[in-house]
Design a protein around this ligand. Structure first.
Ligand code: BV8
Length: 248
């Protein structure tokens, strides 16, 4: 039986499913994957070097402009068939699927997915770089890049989790509980190199879940997988998740 047919069978029997997604699920919406997010003027920078508090404090305008470029691009794209297939599965099987994403593009949320666990924050939102003071308000911003509080100079920064920063505790704890209790984890569009997010696949496997990878390329997590579906998420997820057409 093919990996896809096996994965469909396991899904049909699964009482709880977790989808752990990475940048690859947004690729077919036109969002460059994280490792490819350095195109054009950004080609000379490594995202690993830009996505840190240290880089932001050293070069606030450069890092801010990188995020604004990404924010403007994400605002122009739409969720793709992969995001929509996950939403359709949630509608058809209430309470059986939770999406845990490493992505900051908000496309699962815009596809209407409920209770998305966003491990790495939100590209479309800002927060204060240093502790917020009474003077720090969105109405009291200067017009610089990045904007700063007119009174104390506190900088705005993107509300994402940078390398070296802890993930939001509540999100990570909930993701770990879900990984430990699911019967199948779909690992979709991630190279599986960023921790602790990538570690959730091992948590699931060690707790007895079947792991199914969906990715055109091999990844660091394939060794944990009971099946690896090789191909783009926007093509494979509708085939995998549509339980109505029993053509196996
Ligand atoms: C932490 C937000 C505790 C920002 C992101 C040294 C010092 C400090 C920390 C570390 C250290 N060494 C290691 C660490 C831990 C570090 C880490 O994991 N580093 C790795 C890279 C070695 N992690 C952290 O720092 C985390 N925090 O550990 O806190 C701590 C605290 C202090 C000191 C130590 C530890 C925080 C990690 C969060 C970083 N922020 N995003 C931003 O976006 O700018 S992560 C970033 O990478 C994105 O969110 C992205 O989602 C994520 C993971 O990448 P992927 O999603 O996998 O994307 P990638 O491009 O890699 O791969 C895409 C995949 O899609 C590929 O496999 C491709 O084949 C596939 N694909 C392509 N097309 C398709 C497709 N798949 C399906 N369909 C398609 N069509």
């Amino acid at each position: 039986m093919s990996d896809l047919a096996n994965a469909r069978r396991w899904l049909s029997q699964a009482r709880s499913v977790v989808a752990l997604t990475g940048a690859g699920i947004s690729a077919e919406s036109g969002v460059p994957t994280f490792r490819d997010a350095h195109t054009g003027v950004w080609a000379k920078y490594d995202p690993m070097e830009l996505a840190t508090e240290q880089a932001f404090r050293a070069h606030p305008q450069r890092v801010w402009r990188w995020y604004m470029t990404r924010r403007e691009m994400v605002a122009k794209v739409e969720p793709n068939a992969g995001h929509l297939a996950l939403k359709a599965f949630e509608l058809a099987h209430p309470g059986r699927l939770r999406v845990v994403t490493q992505n900051v593009d908000g496309l699962h949320q815009r596809a209407g997915q409920s209770e998305v666990i966003a491990l790495h924050g939100d590209l479309m939102a800002d927060k204060w770089l240093d502790a917020e003071r009474s003077c720090c308000s969105m109405e009291n911003l200067n017009q610089e890049e990045p904007p700063a509080c007119r009174s104390c100079g506190n900088l705005l920064r993107p509300a994402v989790v940078w390398f070296g920063e802890n993930l939001p505790l509540q999100a990570l704890e909930t993701a770990e509980i879900l990984a430990r209790s699911c019967s199948i984890m779909l690992v979709i569009g991630t190279s599986g190199v960023v921790y602790p997010a990538a570690g959730l696949a091992r948590v699931a496997a060690q707790a007895g879940a079947r792991v199914v990878c969906v990715n055109p390329e091999a990844t660091e997590l394939d060794s944990l997988a009971a099946a690896c579906l090789r191909g783009p998420a926007a093509e494979l997820l509708p085939q995998l998740l549509d339980m109505e057409n029993e053509d196996d």
